[in-house]
Ligand binder design. Sequence first.
Ligand code: C5P
Length: 406
Amino acid sequence: MSLSGKKILVGVTASIAAYKTILLTRLLVKAGAEVKIIMTPAAENFVSRLVLSTLSKNPVVSALATDGSWSNHVMLGRWADVFIVAPLSCNTLAKMATGLCDNMLLATYLSATCPIVVAPAMDEDMWYHETTSKNLSFLSRHGKHILKVASGELASGLNGMGRMMEPEDIISWVETFFGQQLLLVGKKVLITAGPTYEPIDPVRFIGNHSSGLMGIEIARACSQLGAQVTLVLGPTSLPVSDNVVTIKVNTAEEMFAVCQQHFGANDIAIMTAAVADYRPENVASEKIKKDDSEFTIRMVRNPDILAWAGAQKRANQLVVGFALETENEVANAKAKLDKKSADLIVLNSLRDVEAGFGKQTNKVSLITPSNVVEWPTNSKAVIADQLAKYIAEMPSKEHVNTAHSA
Ligand code: C5P
């Protein structure tokens, strides 16, 4: 794919990897993009403004004001189709995560309306520092795209993680991004995530270990593909992307009520929540006192939200469920697909050590009426990105389960 007509703003910060920005700029221009460059003042120690302005065919901006005239950072962030900060130093990362605004690059970052991509570059110890992880995850949560770092020789002479992604790989990423980013524009996606807590009395409940991370990542991924996302989220302390509308619930019945209200207006429903199958029949209004006798809680069935959505769905709606199986995984997941009239079941098996509750990684298989696809282990964030893309492309595939559609 060419980048013809794309307007790309490149931000350069103070890192030895800034030498790679020269090739990145050249490759972007060669691919047909219109390129403008902003440098932090400190980046000028690492790469020449003359080289970058010549290659980009545009003046390089670095000061908020020059010769008494103000540089319009707002217009730069609006001009661009994407803003790529490459390399991203630890210092600029920390400023981005805290909202500091002491140079042109940061002012543009804070006012940009276009998608933002960062290519971190730093020494391994800095890469693994807890503040770096915290700052990067803050940016990611707020919809910024974080490019992977590579392992290899570092400016310090050490070998390890922290090398900036190679310019050729950044170009491929950008091409893929432009190819994909609009896949869910105009679509509404309803997602359930997290556990449910079923009260026993005012202080006790029956719950499970779901963290909600998988569903939260899928919400972020769908929103980054342009969807309008409503996330119905059970009790969790994990943060959610701020462009996702989140409705917090506690119990399965509350989650069901919200889904009943919103399902009709959505094109796609993705049910990742670990909904409690049963709830105590009666909830005590006061804390239950212990005594010497045994204690039994009578449980009643909760509504199956996925099965309800499957039974309700119109021909132009897609319903996706998750399954966690411990035996006969694929056969059970296929049966679930049918029973709940879902179009896709994402199966995670507890046999995989990298998969399941509370883990950052997952290993899933995709079960559709006509196909079983096994995906390799990956971070939940990457799986969410792949899944959002897969689901976005599903209506054009043939295996949509219309057998039970209304
Ligand atoms: O039947 P099982 O609980 O294994 O099915 C899991 C799938 O069904 C998940 O997608 C889960 O979100 C959904 N589910 C639901 N409501 C329930 C139980 C499960 O939506 N009460």
